[in-house]
Design a protein around this ligand. Structure first.
Ligand SMILES: NC(=O)c1ccc[n+]([C@@H]2O[C@H](COP(=O)([O-])OP(=O)(O)OC[C@H]3O[C@@H](n4cnc5c(N)ncnc54)[C@H](OP(=O)(O)O)[C@@H]3O)[C@@H](O)[C@H]2O)c1
Length: 333
């Protein structure tokens, strides 16, 4: 376990269940004596890959969850898990203690929150988990202040499977005096929470982490395509690096998705990865750092999407190694 006080492991699920059981047995319905709420009403805006998984884990942790998604078909299955499916963002956030946004980008967050703000309870907490630009964080934090929200800049690390397992790493920056209220939410969706000082700091760390993830993804994709083009058995390459410092579980996972034709459903879609690559490149430009890999990586994702792989897992960067109509390895998959 980390000794860093800013890194807090989530309370175990059995401990959470115990608290719920004790509270419901004592008839308190989750309200603690100090007025803080263990069982919260949460409005989740955006039930894509990540939002749907987070909503399910919030329900499992005993919270009352209302969900809204632009395409209703992605929100409706959550009714079977116990969510209330709301027809509008406003309905999803009405009376919510906490509002979570897990949308595509900053523009989508602003559009959706424009509808949600008037219906929200004054003093509610906004957990903004969409990966957005640094300027977006500032703008959204200002919007939150204008509308009486306590704003938490809260991007997450981890993809579909950790999200479904409630094992995300939550990067969180927001008002220290409201941390206790939002901790049950982070415990429900994550394995640990990394606390940072100011809104913006969490998104900066998220962009740094994604810079590494995207670079690894492209490195694996290019290495696989080169091996195939040179007639090198990819298994030989994987054997050569096995167990050494160059070996990497992430490389094996992503290469395995391409070779096993398992790019759908995506854990992290090509189009979303391109958006993140451009956020990273822009952040670098603004801070005087040249990020050649991020720029080139964004172009690989763009080309893969242009070839029709936009909804596939970002390991489909592999396809960008080939011309679309060339009779290459990509066409045989
Ligand atoms: N997947 C990952 O591994 C991962 C990991 C960490 C962080 N993230 C970040 O988390 C966020 C969500 O990612 P995801 O993978 O869950 O993506 P996703 O499955 O594509 O979900 C995106 C969501 O945004 C909604 N949306 C897009 N544009 C919108 C608009 N203009 N107005 C309203 N709603 C809009 C989509 O609604 P529709 O269903 O109607 O399209 C969907 O609910 C992104 O910022 C991503 O960078 C993703």
């Amino acid at each position: 376990m980390s000794q860093d006080p800013a890194v807090v492991p989530a309370r175990s699920r059995s401990a959470r269940r115990y608290v719920r059981d004790v509270e419901s047995a004592s008839g308190r319905e989750g309200r603690k004596d100090n007025g803080m709420s263990e069982t919260l009403t949460v409005g989740v805006l955006g039930t894509g890959i990540m939002g749907a998984a987070m909503a399910r884990n919030l329900i499992k942790a005993g919270h009352t969850v209302r969900v809204w998604n632009r395409s209703p078909g992605k929100a409706e299955p959550l009714a079977g898990d116990g969510a209330v499916v709301a027809p509008t963002p406003a309905e999803a956030v009405r009376d919510a203690d906490v509002v979570i946004t897990m949308l595509y980008d900053g523009d989508a967050v602003r559009d959706v929150m424009r509808d949600a703000f008037p219906a929200a309870r004054n003093g509610a907490i906004w957990v903004q988990s969409t990966t957005v630009s640094l300027e977006d964080v500032d703008r959204l934090a200002a919007d939150a202040a204008d509308h009486g929200f306590a704003f938490f800049d809260t991007p997450v690390l981890g993809t579909r499977q950790p999200a479904e397992a409630g094992q995300l790493t939550v990067l969180a920056a927001g008002p220290a005096e409201r941390r206790d209220e939002v901790t049950p939410i982070f415990d429900a969706v994550g394995a640990r929470t990394v606390w940072l000082d100011q809104p913006g700091a969490a998104t900066r760390l998220k962009l740094v982490a994604n810079s590494w993830v995207l670079a690894l993804t492209h490195a694996g994709a290019e290495t696989l395509s080169l091996a195939e083009a040179l007639g090198v058995d990819p298994d030989k390459f994987l054997q050569v690096i096995e167990g050494g410092p160059l070996d990497n579980a992430y490389l094996r996972t992503k290469v395995g998705l391409v070779r096993g034709d398992k790019l759908s459903p995506a854990a992290f879609a090509v189009t979303t990865a391109e958006k993140d690559a451009r956020l990273i490149a822009e952040a670098g430009r603004q801070h005087g750092v040249r990020l050649d890999l991020a720029e080139a990586g964004a172009e690989r994702f763009r080309r893969a999407a242009e070839q029709g792989h936009g909804d596939k897992d970002m390991a489909a960067s592999y396809y960008a190694s080939f011309e679309k109509d060339e009779g290459t390895a990509a066409q045989t998959r």
